[in-house]
Design a protein around this ligand. Structure first.
Ligand code: ARG
Ligand code: ZN
Length: 873
């Protein structure tokens, strides 16, 4: 409960030593693993300075310098470090023998056991649980790794780089050994080791220059059949990076291992990616379209890290977004090139608004480049990742694509093989973009505010129409909402805009233009063709050109116009979202706006007619109501149960109003859904939307079709049917859920989606039902996927989780305390479920507060404590 020690960016100092090479030897036994490290250490200066190595739960066996055993008084050892006070002043060899116990390590950090195989996760600071080492990303070393283990228990032994040699031990035929060598210097967080009974599926990729790369996907025996999608995705990513960034893969082999127990999505270890198995094992029978697309993008993400992350890494963890923001931007561009740019943009914006904007409004809000942290694991956030990607996207927009790529090239050339900062990135980006002419078209200092300031900026817009001269005057004002310290910050906010004549349909009357708002107040004049009598309709932030909130004086008529006519996918969708938010907002205050609702529904009918054949995916997107977090953000005092009920009622209304059209739609679509992803995904998505509205509107036939579709050969259809039945909580829901369970009870990846479904659906069993799931024979406390499915699912079970007696919150707190004992990283991420407590109405606020106190009083890990204390502040 004491104040914890925080790490500050301003305290950064260079490490006084270089470690050009490391030899690691792993001797895997039955109860522990003996790790021997031999490091070449070069002092940077001729004066002696302390050598500080980090270590966590390591038993030291012996330590020597240049072959001479150290005496007890020559080093000191604590729970977290090993310090040698006066090491030699010239290059020396430090050898350390130590012992670790991966078999009882449930944190899924360092070396640990997952379904009988040993595996590692070192980012951010897991390497210190493997051996004594400085464990910071600015120390780059060449690694050679020898692994020795029982041949039967661990037939496959992997590490980074290329295989040097392997074979049985001469003196013990039951054991074998292998040596791996990675020629590229890397920080220790990219180290990886895997040992176990694994089967692999191989393929070959030929680079544009004609080199051949061996691809190998390692899985538990029996899962080989689910690897095709991953292989295809990887090859697409390799090709895309060559074609677009001119970046070729640098080793001869690329390995991916699927692991059931994993804290995050995946990890970009050099040449040996380790993946959460749910992000590898998939085909259209076991994964939905959305999941297939996500897998494709995560495979690409980790692959892209080979350059943006591995070849060029981060100087310290404050620079995390240097690699993550840029790499997310790259994977988003990849998906957008492969599929539809417009639809991908909508998906990304929707995610950003529901998660990153919500984070910005919460007590855990932080800058893309934070100034301090207690536990770096708590900073793998949507702000670092997705907002970070938005910043790169704005840079691309401001510089133009061609210059942007010139800048990226210079950045890569300059920093290849080193550890950089976000400032290094921006400076070399601008330098590369403009080469000699130092002509940056925007204020760089103000742009950097995007990195340094937390919070979502807000832009206020008002217009006036000069009919005599056919000029639309638009004034803008920017404010940064969440930052209380500094009210007058100016950001560089790129605004793409266009406008439409009310009479002329969807052809813009002014060209798509970029306006750069970089002062608190600015105005813009848009000249429209002479003769325009009426004020045009303004379309702003097209393509969501900057990650801000805005408020304008556009009228309902304007939004309806844009909803039907705008030729920018994002803006058209966004206008519909605005209208739906408005409708739900007024309903929440018990004064439904009848005329708005009528006009919106007739606009929906029109959209169905114009889009159902040509663009079913987009139509489905238009018909999707805003996310729950977005709805919550509409209110100062959030009443979650009320929001849930009102948005459900609104959907029932839509369902009833367009019943006939939806029935025809669903019938037509059902015969068109059989194609393999990505084909047919629009039809499947739209069918799902139609089914949801129809079941809500009480259509019994559709309910029956949904139950029958649980066994459909497309997982998308099966899960779509499940979702459509979810809010009903009737016999059909029950039947469908049981059918699904019986089909998939032996596939843990698919079964997690069932756990999530059961936990999140309205259900008469209440909290007992959640408890039953947690003690279900298929539930695995050690698998974060299972925990997130049930507890994460439960947090979305609005009426149960937010029940007014506060029992839901207390139950969650108890379970998170339990999770924290097993796995602090997973617990501290999940605790953020409580981060919005102050925004809720009194009853809920009180209940949540009690539960957070309960967590605070418990004996929790420092990871979780950091988040709990922030939330309480
Ligand atoms: N670098 C990984 C990625 O691709 C994330 C790993 C983070 N893991 C952690 N324990 N913090 O985004
Ligand atoms: Zn990443």
């Amino acid at each position: 409960m004491s104040a914890q020690k925080s790490i500050k960016l301003s305290d950064y100092t260079e490490y006084p030593y270089l470690i050009p090479s490391i030899y690691l030897d792993f001797d895997i036994g039955d109860e522990y693993v003996v790790v021997q490290s031999s490091m070449i250490i070069k002092p940077k200066q001729k004066v002696s300075s302390k050598l500080i190595l980090q270590g966590n739960q390591i038993k030291l066996l012996s330590i020597s310098i240049n072959g001479k055993e150290l005496k007890l008084e020559e080093y000191s050892i604590s729970d977290e470090s090993l310090i040698i006070d006066t090491p030699p002043v010239s290059e020396f060899q430090l050898k350390i023998r130590s012992q670790i116990d991966p078999f009882s390590n449930t944190s899924l950090e360092g070396l640990y056991l997952s379904s009988g195989m040993l595996t590692t996760q070192c980012e951010a600071e897991g390497f210190r649980s493997i051996c004594y080492h400085p464990d910071r990303p600015d120390i780059l070393s060449r690694y050679t790794v020898r692994i020795e283990a029982d041949r039967e228990l661990y037939p496959v032994l992997l590490s980074n780089g290329n295989e040097k040699n392997s074979g049985n031990l001469k003196n013990n035929q039951r054991r074998h050994e292998i040596i791996w060598e990675d020629p590229f210097p890397k920080p220790c967080y990219l180290f990886a080791l895997v040992a176990g009974k694994l089967n692999s599926v191989s393929d070959i990729y030929f680079t544009n220059t004609g080199r051949s790369i061996d691809i190998k996907i390692y899985v538990e025996p029996g899962d080989e059949k689910y690897t095709k999608h991953a292989v295809i995705s990887l090859k697409k990513a390799m090709k895309w990076d060559e074609d677009n960034y001119g970046l070729e893969y640098d080793l001869d082999e690329y390995k991916i291992v699927a692991v059931r127990h994993f804290n995050m999505g995946a990890m970009e270890n050099k040449g040996l990616n380790i993946f959460n198995s749910k992000l590898v094992l998939a085909d259209s029978k076991t994964a939905t379209d959305d999941e297939l697309e996500r897998i494709e993008s995560v495979i690409a993400h980790e692959y892209f890290h080979n350059w943006t992350g591995n070849r060029i890494t981060c100087r310290d963890w404050f620079q995390l977004s240097l690699k993550e923001g840029l790499t997310v931007f790259r994977d988003q561009s990849f998906t957008s090139d492969l599929h539809s740019a417009g639809l991908k943009r909508i998906e990304d914006v929707s995610f950003l608004r529901n998660f990153q904007f919500a984070e910005d409004k919460s007590p855990t809000s932080h800058a893309v480049k934070p100034k301090e942290y207690i536990d770096i694991d708590n900073f793998y956030t949507t702000t670092i990742y997705e907002k970070g990607a938005e910043l790169i996207r704005m840079l691309q927009l401001l510089l133009g694509k061609e210059k942007f790529f010139k800048g990226i090239n210079l950045y890569i050339k300059t920093f290849d093989g080193s550890a950089a900062t976000t400032e290094d990135f921006i400076n070399s980006l601008i330098k590369g973009a403009y080469l000699e002419e130092i002509n940056c078209p925007f204020d760089l200092t103000k742009f950097l505010n995007w990195y340094y300031k937390a919070g979502t900026p807000k832009v206020y817009i008002s217009q006036s129409w000069d009919s005599k001269n056919s000029i639309l005057n638009v004034s803008f004002e920017q404010k940064i909402d969440c930052d209380t310290t500094n009210k007058n910050i100016e950001m560089v906010i790129p605004i793409l805009y266009s406008c439409y004549s009310r009479k002329k349909g969807s052809i813009p009357i002014a060209e798509d233009n970029l306006f750069v708002l970089d002062k608190n107040k600015m105005s813009l004049q848009i000249k429209t063709p002479p003769g325009e009598k009426e004020a045009p309709v303004l379309s702003l932030f097209r393509g969501f050109s900057s990650p801000v909130l805005w408020e304008s004086d556009l009228t309902i008529d304007d939004y309806l116009y844009l909803f039907l006519n705008d030729n920018d996918y994002f803006s058209r969708w966004d206008s519909g979202q605005y209208l739906m938010r408005e409708i739900i907002r007024t309903r929440l205050f018990n004064k439904a706006n009848q005329s708005l609702e009528d006009r919106f529904i007739s606009a929906i009918k029109q959209s169905i007619n114009s889009l159902e054949i040509n663009d079913p995916f987009f139509l489905a997107t238009l018909l999707t109501i805003p996310g729950f977090a977005e709805l919550e953000s509409l209110l100062n005092k959030v009443d979650p149960i009320n929001i849930y009920r009102e948005s459900l009622k609104f959907q029932i209304l839509i369902g009833n109003e367009i019943l006939q059209q939806l029935r025809i739609l669903a019938k037509n679509l059902f015969v068109k859904v059989g194609h393999e992803w990505p084909m047919g995904k629009g039809e499947r998505k739209l069918l799902g939307i139609a089914w949801s509205y129809l079941t809500l509107a009480g259509d019994k036939n559709v309910q029956k079709t949904c139950v029958e579709s649980i066994s459909h050969y497309s997982m998308t259809i099966s899960r779509t049917a499940l979702s459509a039945l979810k809010p009903l909580d009737n016999v059909n829901t029950e039947k469908a859920s049981n059918l699904f369970y019986n089909l998939w009870k032996d596939n843990p990846v698919v079964l997690d989606s069932w756990f999530a479904y059961e936990a999140s659906r309205p259900n008469k069993q209440g909290i007992d039902g959640i408890e039953k799931l947690l003690s279900h024979s298929k539930f695995d406390w050690k698998a974060p996927n299972s925990i997130r499915a049930v507890l994460g699912g439960f947090s979305k079970n609005i009426e149960l989780f937010h029940s007014l007696d506060g029992e839901g919150y207390l139950f969650m707190a108890e379970k998170l305390i339990q999770v924290d004992k097993i796995n602090p990283i997973t617990a501290s991420r999940m605790v953020k479920i409580f981060s919005k407590w102050k925004t809720y109405v009194e009853k809920n606020k009180e209940g949540m507060y009690k539960s957070i106190l309960k967590l605070n009083q418990a004996n929790i890990s420092s990871n979780t404590r950091e988040v709990v204390e922030l939330i309480l502040k």
